[in-house]
Design a protein around this ligand. Structure first.
Ligand SMILES: *Cc1c(COP(=O)(O)O)cnc(C)c1O
Length: 425
């Protein structure tokens, strides 16, 4: 049988006709642990991180893993041990990352809607920096810090307004969106921040979108941000770090995003040329560290031929893999064991009672009930977005390290789901 080129990392591959993650045969895991089942490759995650680390060799730089992509504790631990800081977007994420043993000084806090309670907790533990997204938030954060007798380290998240017409693939992240402070308002916001008694300005931050597969928007955004650094510093406000956000894309279906080290070679050249090469750098990658490292194994329950469509009904659903339903996202779907069954075209759908519950459309598959499929590139924004809709327990998660398998999250059972509920008297 011919070799199949799978999107993503070499750690997910066929040996003969059987799909492996590193040195572990996935069919064995599916039989032992049941399905749906998330399986991650440790080597793949570390390889993705290493590309950034290579790019930053010899620089003062911190990779802050944007943990909303996948916030499982063992994965946070893995990145912490590899030297990462963390970008969080809620008080819940703060507690998770602290529970993984991460020192508060390694944490930066992004997000447009931080509550006073979240601010208080982050100040109490002493996080590294708040990425502030509006002038109103500046005022509230300052007041909360003053009440506590503290000064909050802040960086303003600026919307660099990279022309969406030039880069339509990220336009949704830029035009009229709720994130960041408009470029034209940023200098005034910095001046206000510098006056507020509870704040200490430490940096500047941007995040231009997600699943970006070209270099040019990053290069444009860097120019726009450095223009602002020029004017903020001319106004006497020193910016100790420049945080360039996340957003680098991965390969779902043949996309060819730039490699992290190649991207940063260009960005650093720009930084050097403009005289800011000595500044501390931060980045907030999420998807590009974990997305290609994970997959979801699912069992084919039924084949249901139809007049217009054939359906392949599997035991994973939109509650486990929300991206297709949410964004019409594409995930490659491949068999765990390649076979000689005559291929047919199917919509791969889950058991949830919603027409939006589909995982892949018009896929050519050789399948029979009882066989297993793998939904690829499911390491990011899958388990962290999973829900209990239709009272479905969330899947188990395994982390593969060579030939070793670590259970990092047990399958949720019905008792787990009902734990916080109360019957009427
Ligand atoms: C989601 C998010 C990221 C990570 O984005 P990816 O596309 O997963 O790299 C980084 N920074 C902020 C502020 C985010 O909201």
């Amino acid at each position: 049988m011919s070799a199949t080129v799978l999107p993503g990392q070499p750690q997910v591959h066929y040996r003969g006709d059987e799909l492996y993650v590193e040195d572990v045969r996935l069919a064995d895991l599916a039989r032992e642990h049941g399905t749906p089942l998330f399986v991650y490759s440790k080597a793949s995650m570390l390889a993705a991180l290493a590309a950034y680390q290579r790019g930053f060799a010899g620089r003062k730089a911190k990779v802050c893993y944007a943990m909303k992509a996948n916030s499982s504790l063992a994965i946070l631990q893995l990145f912490a041990r590899a030297g990462c800081g963390f970008d969080i977007v809620s008080g819940g994420e703060l507690e998770r990352v602290l529970a993984a043993g991460v020192p508060a000084g390694e944490i930066i806090f992004s997000g447009v809607g931080k509550t006073r309670r979240e601010m208080r907790r982050a100040l109490e533990v002493g996080i590294r920096c708040f990425n502030v997204e509006s002038e109103a938030e500046l005022e509230v954060l300052s007041a909360v810090a003053v009440e506590m007798g503290k000064r909050a380290p802040v960086s303003l998240r600026v919307n660099p307004d990279v022309d969406p017409k030039t880069h339509p693939y990220i336009s949704t992240g830029l035009k009229g969106n709720k994130f960041g402070i408009a470029h034209k308002d940023a200098l005034l916001a910095y001046q206000r921040a510098a006056q507020l008694p509870g704040l200490q300005v430490v940096g500047i931050d941007c995040h231009i979108g997600s699943q970006i597969t070209f270099m040019s928007p990053y290069l444009d955004a860097m120019d726009r941000i450095l223009d602002l650094v020029d004017s903020v510093e001319r106004a006497g406000i020193r910016l100790h770090h420049i945080d360039f956000g996340g957003g680098l894309g991965i390969n779902y279906t043949g996309e060819q995003p730039p490699a992290a080290d190649a991207l940063w070679q260009q960005l650093l050249a720009k930084l050097d040329a403009r005289g800011y090469g000595d500044r501390e750098l931060m980045i907030e990658p999420g998807r590009s560290l974990v997305g290609n490292a994970g997959l979801c194994v699912t069992e084919v329950l039924y084949l249901k031929p139809g007049e217009q469509k054939n359906f392949c009904i599997v035991d994973a659903a939109m509650n486990d893999l929300p991206r297709p339903a949410m964004y019409e996202a594409f995930h490659a779907i491949v068999p765990l064991a390649r076979n000689e069954v005559k291929p047919a075209t199917f919509d791969v759908v889950g058991p949830v009672c919603e027409s939006g519950d589909w995982i892949g459309r018009d896929r050519k598959l050789s399948v029979e009930p009882g066989e297993f499929l793998a939904v690829l590139s499911a390491g990011a924004y899958c388990m962290s977005m999973a829900s209990n809709y239709n009272a479905r327990g969330r899947p188990a998660e395994l982390l593969v390290d060579g030939s070793q398998v670590h259970m990092i999250r047990e399958r949720e059972d019905v008792a787990d789901q009902m734990r916080k509920e109360k019957l009427l008297p």
